[in-house]
Design a protein around this ligand. Structure first.
Ligand code: PLP
Ligand code: ZN
Length: 399
């Protein structure tokens, strides 16, 4: 045993975990990732803050601008690299060119985060938790960006970082970052989907609790990612009509929806956007479910797509994402690798925005919405462009 922590040294008073299925509530524990009653997903519930939204305007942009809405105690100095506060840029030329019309559409360029993806927003919260609880290091399984981010934030915190990657399937930029920041890398054969459990058992044994797992089941990471919603509202000065998000393990779309809902519940906004989740055709368990009007994802055993960041066959957070899409009156859709490549090229060529393939699904998805006539010309939309072009130079050079 030997390892002791007091969660209340790090987590705010009044914060608790809640099962999204049976509704049971639990005191926060770093290792509680699934409901002990029904095995469903947990979410972090933060008490209503005493906060005047207008008062935020004088603060520096970024994740910690919203710390009253985050679960970390306010006397804790976060492990931060200045994540968040990413550009929200209107797309004009490319949209006019592709649709012939002036859709009011913005790109939230998450590639501008310190390690080049939105994962930094979650990692600043996750690593802060791990550091102040006294863990020796962190462990993540990843398609790449989570490991790049975990490696950098662990380095900043003085923690060890162990990353588990599917052999030969990680984009070069991401692997380079993990190496650069000194992470220990374990490569496993096959897909990402079971990598973390495998390594937790094989290397550490189930009783070893000195490495904190910051995988996609971790609900604390999503708390940082929800700030994407806050920033969109902050910068637009209003709530968009729809938000388009690339979906892999489905944490980000769930986090962004949670962010909007909190603003609504706390009375800062008076409407909510539709959430549109976009998957790649070869890895589209949720989009297929949606098309078939099913209730459960049609899991994919061997996901395949050029968009490696969303090459996920069994999205861990599917239940949260389905709830987000249904509650928001949104939808899931899928786009082909050809459409992804076209979208990536066009936003690079006509807007000057360089993204990795997974992110380009948001623009490809927007074109699908136009085609299906599910959005109207006077609606405001935001595309979440999740990661930077330099993450995946090999794919881009081979286009
Ligand atoms: C992680 C990631 C995604 C997918 O996000 P999920 O939360 O797993 O759905 C999409 N794009 C990029 C660039 C990513 O790194
Ligand atoms: Zn439950």
């Amino acid at each position: 045993m030997g390892f002791h922590y007091n969660i209340w040294n790090v987590v705010k008073k009044g914060v608790y975990l809640k099962c999204i299925n049976c509704g049971k509530e639990f005191e926060p524990q770093p290792y509680l990732f699934k409901c002990p009653k029904c095995s469903s997903l947990l979410e972090v519930i933060v008490p209503e803050p005493h906060l005047d939204w207008e008062k935020l305007s004088g603060r520096k942009p970024g994740v910690w601008k919203y710390r009253e809405l985050l679960p970390i105690r306010e006397d804790i100095e976060p492990v931060s690299l200045g994540e968040g506060g990413t550009p929200l840029v209107p797309l004009k030329r490319v949209v006019l060119r592709d649709t012939g019309r002036d859709y009011r559409i913005y790109a939230k360029f998450e590639g501008a985060n310190p390690t080049g993806s939105f994962k930094d927003r979650g990692m600043t919260v996750g690593i802060t938790l791990a550091k102040y609880l006294g863990f020796k290091g962190v462990i993540v399984a990843s398609t790449g960006n989570t490991s790049a981010s975990a490696a950098a934030y662990a380095a900043r915190a003085g923690l060890e970082c162990l990353v588990v990657l599917p052999r030969g399937k990680v984009a070069r930029g991401k692997l380079s970052q993990a190496i650069l920041h000194g992470a220990r890398i374990v490569e496993v054969e096959g897909s990402f989907d079971n990598a973390l459990e495998y390594v937790m058992e094989k290397i550490f044994g189930s009783s070893e609790h000195s490495y904190y797992p910051l995988n996609s089941l971790n609900p604390w990471r999503l708390e940082g990612q929800k700030t994407i919603a806050y920033e969109i509202v902050d910068e637009l000065g209003r709530v968009p009509d729809y938000v388009v998000v690339p979906v892999g393990n489905a944490g980000n779309i769930s986090a962004i929806w949670k962010g909007f809902k909190e603003l609504y519940m706390f009375g800062y906004i008076d409407k909510l956007p539709r959430m549109i989740g976009v998957q790649a055709e070869g890895a589209s368990p949720l989009a297929n479910m949606w098309e078939n009007k099913g209730k459960k994802p049609l899991f994919v055993d061997k996901p395949e797509t050029i968009a490696t960041a969303i090459r996920i066959g069994k999205p861990i957070n599917w239940m949260k994402a389905v709830r987000a899409v249904i509650e928001s009156n949104g939808m899931f859709l899928k786009v082909s690798d050809e459409e992804i490549i076209e979208a990536l090229r066009k936003i690079a060529r006509y807007e000057g925005i360089g993204v990795e393939p997974a992110s380009a699904t948001a623009y490809a998805g927007f074109l699908k919405l136009v085609e299906k006539e599910t959005i109207s010309i006077d609606e405001i939309g935001v595309l979440v462009l999740t990661g930077h072009a330099l993450k995946d130079p090999d794919t881009i050079n081979s286009l």
